[in-house]
Design a protein around this ligand. Structure first.
Ligand SMILES: Cc1ncc(COP(=O)(O)O)c(C=O)c1O
Length: 470
């Protein structure tokens, strides 16, 4: 195994070469104009369990599990094996007029885990294409049902739903849209359900009422006959692990039902184990959406796959419509990819066998240990759920002002943690942690100890520079 890796490493470009080649030829995601196409990022050579190793040989805890996706951990022999076997059996078939067994079996197993009457899955290539598919399906559904004006989409501040045109139009995080166009005429924005940023002096219960009233008032003002869907993450992930107030999602679900607005639960991050269940909508939050989108953890990041699970009711309504010949003109070359679906089946076996139960067991410890960081004066709040957490830094705990420290705090902490052996996901003034679900208590201790040291060193730097005196 090690010998095979050495051989492969020798065949590949040398490390310095790779950095040079990347700077000359690679456009990386989310670049700044000033460095686009000319940027070196940390070069990662290997992954194993919860660890990745950069090419200097430094081993790091993979704090964000890739991009919230390496749920069962790196270097799983059985996942590699299943990809090889499936590629040797059938590497691809056109989904336009043929089908394959792994996708049918996976759709059935997903339906078994899904809440309510969600029964059918349309497979995509990732999360953005899953959200895009759900929205195009909503448009098609309303066209077929003779309501072409019912197309607006409700979305919230702090949301992240993807990087395709329509999914990105829903995004509500600071800076995501500053320089980017979007289909703004199709989207109605609502407040982020972030309890930490609720108006000063308001209780969390009152904040929940405020959010629900705002949702209801917006539906009334815009007109339910014009609104096709609400799209929401159960826990806003890239917005900073925003856990909504208790009962909020159920109340929003009811308003959607009352107004015939499709509820799309975006479980691209929360699905496939992050909160200890295959889907969080039903098992954690007690809601039964009309559609659930998923990606990432469905293959633990070993193959690009996503999908949208659709309610039986919607499909039946379409079949009963007066337009049996209307075509859902939507499909991707890699819809129902046999290798992706085969690896997802094996990944689901692993989750069901042990990893879901382990996640539920270890999550309270993870949350409690992260919470201890609140004694550091730079930390305004530590929050989270399951195996996702966020450390939000503030310049001043009273005003919760993140602005003076805006650009660099997350990145500064990440740089120190990298030195110390932990990869952090920096988000402006926040550090998001979502390790592989197989993490042990001892590894959680290591992770939190490094994070504490990284934040402490950052506080020292900020004090020395006179930027912050906390
Ligand atoms: C909640 C959510 N939806 C959608 C997406 C987009 O997924 P992808 O990057 O696979 O297209 C993401 C990505 O992080 C996400 O967090």
């Amino acid at each position: 195994m090690a010998a095979a890796r050495d051989l492969r490493a020798m065949e590949m470009a040398g490390d310095d070469d790779a950095v040079e080649l990347a700077k000359r030829h690679l456009v990386q995601p989310w670049p700044y104009a000033g460095s686009v196409g000319n940027e070196a990022r940390a070069l990662i050579g290997e992954g194993d369990g919860i660890y990745i190793t950069d090419v200097t040989g430094k081993r790091l805890i993979d704090g964000p599990a890739g991009m919230w996706c390496i749920n069962v951990g790196h270097r799983r022999e059985e996942l590699a094996r299943v990809m090889y076997d499936q590629a040797m059996m059938l590497s691809y078939n056109t989904p336009w007029y043929t089908m394959n067994a792994p996708s049918a079996e996976l759709a059935k197993r997903i339906a078994d885990h899904a809440p309510g009457d969600l029964s059918h899955t349309f497979f995509t290539t990732g999360g953005s294409s899953a959200v895009e598919t759900a929205l195009r399906f909503m448009q098609f559904y309303n066209n077929v049902r003779g309501r072409p004006e019912k197309k607006l989409i409700l979305s919230r501040g702090g949301a992240y739903h993807g990087s395709t045109y329509l999914s990105a139009s829903l995004n509500g995080r600071p800076r995501d849209r500053d320089w980017m166009d979007g289909a703004d005429h199709l989207v109605v924005k609502l407040s982020s359900p972030d309890p930490f940023r609720r108006p000063k002096g308001m209780s969390i219960a009152d904040f929940c009422d405020f959010l629900v009233d705002q949702f209801r008032d917006t539906v009334a003002r815009v007109g339910p006959e014009k609104i096709g869907a609400f799209v929401g993450e159960p826990v806003q992930a890239s917005g900073g692990v925003v856990v909504p107030p208790d009962g909020y999602l159920k109340r929003i679900r009811e308003i959607c039902r009352d107004n015939d607005i499709l509820y799309v639960s975006d479980e691209v991050v929360t699905g496939f184990g992050r909160l200890g269940h295959v889907f969080a909508s039903g098992d954690v939050f007690g809601i039964d959406p009309d559609m659930i989108t998923f990606a990432k953890g469905v293959t633990s990041g070993y193959f690009p796959l996503g999908g949208v699970i659709i309610s039986e009711r919607l499909l039946q309504e379409m079949r009963r419509s007066n337009h049996p010949d209307a075509m859902f003109g939507h499909g991707l070359t890699y819809t129902s990819h046999p290798i992706g679906c085969a690896v997802a089946l094996k990944n689901l076996d692993i989750l069901e066998d042990s990893v879901l139960a382990h996640t539920r067991e270890v999550a309270p410890y993870f949350q409690a240990q992260l919470k201890t960081l609140e004694d550091l004066p730079l930390v305004g709040e530590v929050r989270g759920m399951g195996l996702m957490g966020c450390v939000e830094c503030v310049a001043d705990r009273e005003s919760k002002d993140p602005l003076q420290l805006d650009k660099d705090v997350g990145k500064r902490i990440d740089a120190h943690c990298h030195e110390l052996g932990l990869l952090v996901r920096p988000l402006i003034n926040m550090c998001v942690m979502s390790p592989p679900l197989i993490i042990t208590r001892e590894q959680i201790d290591d992770m939190v100890a490094i994070l504490r040291e990284g934040i402490s060193r950052t506080m020292d730097d900020l004090r020395k520079e006179g930027v912050w005196q906390g």
